[in-house]
Design a protein around this ligand. Structure first.
Ligand SMILES: *Cc1c(COP(=O)(O)O)cnc(C)c1O
Ligand SMILES: [Zn+2]
Length: 404
């Protein structure tokens, strides 16, 4: 058996194929490339029971990941995060079977670790020495740290408004960090120019084909954790949409392997009202989104005004009979508090948006009575301390405790 069944790359737009044994970025038509595996051979050799006893990290699925040789794996122990029942929040919103896939405890504090682990490992295998990327914070933090572990140099450009902790993560790992007075799209332009001038490896969202392969493991894990019986609905906080495209890709690969039935969960792209290009496109029945001007939201990870893979996100939503829904910052911050109070989970604002969306979709009947729903919490709330208002009395040592 091979360690990886990666066979080649293909373009989902013009269908051109590319070899996967050398560095590839976008297709010559400008579309992202996706990884293909030899699923027919794999199907004959690989069964769910083969996973028993493997490490509880995303590398347990190495046959469906792109790294050909185990010595190139760069890992901090990412993956196999908990799938937790959320019965109190669930009953509060009338969803009896509500689950949270909790990425809050993954290395670097956000699910960007998955994309970074697989993307950096494959970059190392292909001989990359230096990479560059624009980021809203979490991706830059994760790629800086994994690049440090791989001995690869990283250059990161992020908005000055990105969560402060993500700056620190880049800085402490020795990355070359630049801040921009602007949005991730502005950071992207600066990186694009640097990539051209210095022939760097461009690790921007979907400009290399392997970050999505790391993120797809969330779909593999949800399927395995549910005993290969899928939920009715999965809600995903959508910026670039890599996680949603990845989950859809993973589930289709599992269908081809015969591990799950072909009735897929309805995938929901959740966005913030201050930045909802995918929601607008979905409401208008379009295949692509338009740039969202002056975008802003407290859920920084989903502040992406125009995603390169928008057509893939929309395709996944349409093909699964899913939907796209936007939430105000007030609603998502209220839900963040609610989840902490009822469940003891300090979720990130992006994750809170998925709970808020579940509440909305239950209220309007889109989520039906008795359905099983998985909300993705993509990171830890402790990376965003400024989202919480604290009012606490300050005592002198001889004072009595005030009990409100
Ligand atoms: C990046 C990010 C997202 C959005 O992920 P995409 O794959 O870009 O859609 C959601 N939540 C958090 C915490 C993030 O860092
Ligand atoms: Zn193409």
């Amino acid at each position: 058996m091979s360690f990886s069944y990666l066979s080649h790359l293909h373009c989902p737009k013009c269908h051109k194929t590319y070899p996967s044994d050398k560095i590839q970025q976008l297709c010559e038509c400008g579309s992202p490339l996706l990884a293909n595996y030899d699923l027919q051979s794999l199907k004959r050799k690989w069964k769910p029971s083969d996973l028993a006893g493997r490490p509880t990290s995303l590398w347990r699925y190495h046959e469906l990941l792109p790294v050909s040789s185990p010595e190139h794996i760069v890992t901090l122990g990412e993956g196999m995060t908990p799938l937790l029942p959320m019965s109190r929040v669930g009953s509060d919103m009338g969803i009896e079977r509500l689950w949270m896939k909790d990425e809050g405890i993954i290395p670097t504090g956000s699910f960007k670790a998955r994309g970074a682990a697989v993307g950096v490992s494959k970059a190392k295998e292909l001989g990359v020495r230096e990479l560059a990327m624009p980021t809203n914070g979490n991706a830059g933090a994760a790629w800086s740290l994994y690049a440090a572990r791989a001995g690869i140099r990283a250059s990161i450009v992020m908005p000055v408004g990105a969560p402060l902790i993500t700056r620190s993560e880049c800085a402490i790992s020795g990355a070359n960090l630049n801040l921009v007075n602007g949005l991730i799209s502005d950071a992207g332009k600066i990186v694009g120019q640097a990539v051209k001038e210095h022939q760097l490896f461009d690790a921007s969202t979907l400009k290399e084909p392997y970050r999505i392969e790391g993120k797809k493991t969330m779909g593999l894990e949800i399927a395995e954790q549910m005993g290969w019986e899928l939920p009715d609905v999965i809600l995903y906080p959508t910026g670039g949409g890599v996680g949603l495209i990845g989950i859809y890709k993973a589930l289709r690969e599992l269908v081809e392997l015969g591990w799950i039935q072909d009735k897929l969960p309805r995938l929901v792209a959740v966005q913030a009202e201050g930045c909802a290009p995918i929601v607008k496109a979905w409401e208008e029945g379009k295949q692509e989104s338009q740039f969202w001007p002056d975008s802003s939201t407290a859920a920084f990870g989903i502040n992406v005004p125009k995603a390169l893979g928008d057509f893939l996100v929309l395709e996944a939503v349409y093909k699964t009979n899913g939907c796209a829904v936007s939430i105000t910052d007030t609603e998502l911050l209220r839900e963040q508090r609610n989840v902490a109070r009822l469940e003891g989970a300090f979720v990130c604002p992006e994750g809170a948006a998925t709970f808020s969306a579940a509440r909305k979709l239950r209220e309007n009947g889109w989520i039906k009575d008795g359905e099983t729903v998985v909300a993705l919490n993509t990171g830890s709330g402790i990376k965003y301390p400024e989202t919480v208002q604290v009012e606490a009395p300050i005592l002198d040592p001889q004072d009595r405790m005030i009990r409100l």
